[in-house]
Design a protein around this ligand. Structure first.
Ligand code: SAM
Length: 250
């Protein structure tokens, strides 16, 4: 994760993501979990950010723990959890080194969080960490931006209209050799007559479908499905977001 990512933006993250359909993602994930596990009850949201997805699952009755590497993001999640009174445990932890052994029926990660693991071997470390955290029979479900999406510079975008409280201008650049997408993000938060400006730099790594499958298999997972995200259509060339569901065998 870049040194300047998910820090200054944390207090504004939920505003930024206000149109993201977390409830629909929860519907989709829940359907996949129910089809793959007899009774998924204990769920770890890996890279939970401000906890939007985990809270949606907690409201449905799952016992949810959220883990994220960014202290400011977890602090925001804590604020929301306290305000709502919904039960959800939270901790600051690296997806590559989770402090759990056979604790969960499902480990779920959404919104291309695993693309933020950029160091060589890091994705396999995260897979192994999720594997250890799962009980036998447990499910690992995650989405990822595809290489295609990152090549297409999907992060080059802006919202600069008058009247927007949070204006932003992002420029991404893709390096085909390293398969890293570097996104320079400029933000302006308007609070009455005051404007707060800040920036972040995010780096995402593109992983090919075959390396994801190989990494899961090398860890010991059995792949249940790889889909075009939020559908049951098999993943194919040209998809922007992939959703994988794998099982830690008994
Ligand atoms: C795009 S945000 C998504 C957050 C949340 N899943 C959501 O749906 O809103 C990516 C999150 O991944 C977290 N992250 C990045 N690298 C991580 C790592 N190695 N371990 C844990 N969290 C990580 C970031 O701090 C950030 O909160």
């Amino acid at each position: 994760m870049g040194t300047r990512s998910f820090g200054p933006v944390a207090p504004y993250y939920d505003h930024l993501m206000q149109s993201v359909p977390y409830e629909r993602w929860a519907d989709y994930t829940e359907a996949l979990l129910d089809a793959t596990h007899p009774d998924p009850a204990d769920l770890l949201e890996l890279c939970c950010g401000t906890g939007k997805f985990g809270l949606a699952m907690a409201r449905r009755g799952y016992r949810v723990t959220g883990a994220d590497l960014s202290y400011p993001m977890v602090a925001e999640a804590r604020r929301v959890v306290t305000r709502e009174g919904t039960a959800m445990d939270l901790l600051v932890a690296d997806a590559c080194a989770l402090p759990f052994e056979e604790r969960f029926d499902a480990v779920v990660s959404v919104f291309d969080s695993l693309n933020y693991i950029t160091h060589d071997g890091g994705l396999e470390e995260a897979f192994a960490s999720a594997y250890r955290a799962l009980r036998p029979g447990g499910i690992f479900a995650f989405d990822m931006n595809t290489v295609h999406a990152l090549e297409e510079e999907l992060f080059t975008q802006s919202r600069t209209g008058e009247g927007e409280r949070l204006r932003y201008d992002w420029v991404s650049s893709w390096d085909a050799k390293t398969r890293l997408s570097t996104i320079r993000m400029r933000f302006e938060w308007q609070d009455g007559s005051e404007v707060r400006e800040f920036d972040e730099v995010h780096v995402q790594r593109g992983y090919e479908d075959d390396e994801i499958r190989e990494g899961l298999a090398a860890t010991g997972f059995e792949l249940e499905g790889a889909y075009i995200a939020y559908t049951l259509h098999p993943l194919r060339e040209g998809a922007s977001r992939a959703y994988y569901i794998a099982v830690r065998p008994y």
